[in-house]
Design a protein around this ligand. Structure first.
Ligand code: NAD
Length: 390
């Protein structure tokens, strides 16, 4: 069987991607080249405290008209409203997301809503080639991969329980993506580890995605090689620029595969665990990934063999399903080596075992879960997985 379906269809986006050490110094030149004016910066507190915001302020001068620097994980709707009113007051023309998936998600949410406010009608693209009125610039400092995608999630805090909703539209794919490995040198070990596992999860789910295509498979496969080579080294020595660059390259390839292939059970569950139970995104990924690999093993073994091989597992003399079990164990070992929790009970949030059935019900309704390669026909299947992960 080939590694990808023979028929395929996918969207790609017009994006300029710059990847080099020191790339952030090119931001000013790019902003001028695109004639972007009245920029807004969305970021989070810890990114502000390590000097990167000051760097952008110096570089952009009065082209940077406002900063929203409080973005919280999982992007609560209340914060989107605050950032949007700041953007409106300041007649913002482009939005920069600097940091992890949350500030980049916030930049996308502001761009989308701001265009709607300006034009007075829905900003939904009719055709995938439509361009945004308010472009997004993404400068990632974690390995989450949001910079390459046309999706954002926001948490609707007034629902009971709170629920994370995703919005996707080709216009919100960042138009300029700047990857600068130097910006990741300060990423603390736990965030290095957890967002790195998030990148690995994009690649794994892209490999077995029901909408995989030759490019997503190639990107995901190569991404796994780089991540497998570099993640533990980045965790052990955050200042190793060579490992940081290789890991960021792995996360770029992971983001590229995520952008054009639908995800499955793993991503659907992590969204529910984040939006409803407040489990940090990377931690949810670390706990769930080995279980999702096992759950899907029989349906996806042939697609995942190259992933196992890219993680250094020998394919000789053992059945494909056993290779996939070895892959699940390898991921679990990597998670353990980086001192990340491996059980939901250790996720560090107020989650009880008795909450699992309701979480399974909620996840079952998710579109992402319905795209899982092994059909999920009842919430009990998800509940069993959650029990195994408890
Ligand atoms: P995050 O953006 O929530 O950041 C987590 C923490 O890391 C924050 O406290 C932040 O301040 C800190 N941080 C980020 N960079 C740092 C740095 N260089 N040094 C020190 N601290 C730093 O977390 P994340 O894991 O990057 O992103 C997760 C969010 O992104 C979730 O909401 C997830 O759903 C979303 N996401 C979206 C996509 C997409 O395609 N839209 C893809 C992946 C993740």
């Amino acid at each position: 069987m080939s590694a990808y379906s023979s028929d395929f269809r996918y969207l790609s986006y017009a994006q300029e991607v710059i990847f080099t050490s020191g790339a952030v110094s090119r931001l000013s030149e790019s902003v001028d080249r695109f004639h972007w004016q009245r920029l807004m910066l969305c970021t989070s507190r810890s990114v502000k405290s390590n000097g990167n915001v000051a760097l952008l302020e110096d570089m952009l001068g009065d082209r940077l008209v406002t900063i929203y620097d409080q973005v919280q994980p999982h992007v609560p709707d209340i914060q989107v409203a605050e950032a949007l009113s700041l953007a409106l007051e300041n007649h913002v023309g482009a939005v920069i997301g600097l940091g992890g998936g949350s500030p980049i998600g916030m930049a996308k949410a502001v761009s989308f809503a701001l265009e709607e406010k300006r034009t007075g009608h829905s900003t939904r693209s009719v055709f995938p080639t439509e361009q945004p009125l308010i472009p997004v610039i993404a400068i990632p400092t974690t390995y989450a991969g949001s910079e390459m995608t046309a999706v954002y999630g926001i948490t609707h805090t007034k629902e009971t329980p709170p629920r994370k909703i995703t919005v996707s539209d080709p216009k919100i794919a960042p138009k300029l993506v700047i990857y600068d490995p130097e910006l990741t040198l300060d990423l603390p070990p736990q965030l290095t580890a957890s967002t790195g596992v998030n990148a690995l999860a994009h690649c794994i789910e892209a490999m077995y995605s029901i909408t995989r295509h030759p490019l997503s498979t190639a990107a995901a496969h190569r991404g796994i090689r780089h991540i497998s080579n570099a993640l533990l080294r980045c965790y052990q020595d955050g200042k190793n620029l060579e490992a940081r660059a290789q890991m960021l390259l792995g996360s770029h390839l992971a983001g590229l595969s995520l952008a054009s292939a639908s995800m499955g059970l793993h991503h659907g569950l992590c969204h529910v665990l984040g939006g409803t139970a407040n489990v940090p995104h990377g931690i949810a990924n670390s706990i769930i990934l080995p279980h999702a690999i096992r759950f899907n093993a029989e349906a996806t073994a042939s697609q995942l063999l190259p992933a196992a091989e890219a993680m250094g597992i020998s394919l000789n003399g053992i059945s494909p399903v056993m290779v996939i079990e070895a892959l699940a164990q390898k991921v679990s070992e990597l998670v353990g080596q980086m001192n990340l929790p491996r059980r939901l009970r250790d996720a560090g949030v107020d989650l009880k075992e008795s909450d699992l059935p309701a979480l399974a019900q909620l996840a079952f309704q998710s579109h992402t879960i319905q795209n899982n390669p092994k059909p999920i026909t009842e919430p009990a299947q998800i509940e069993t997985l959650l029990q195994n992960a408890w």
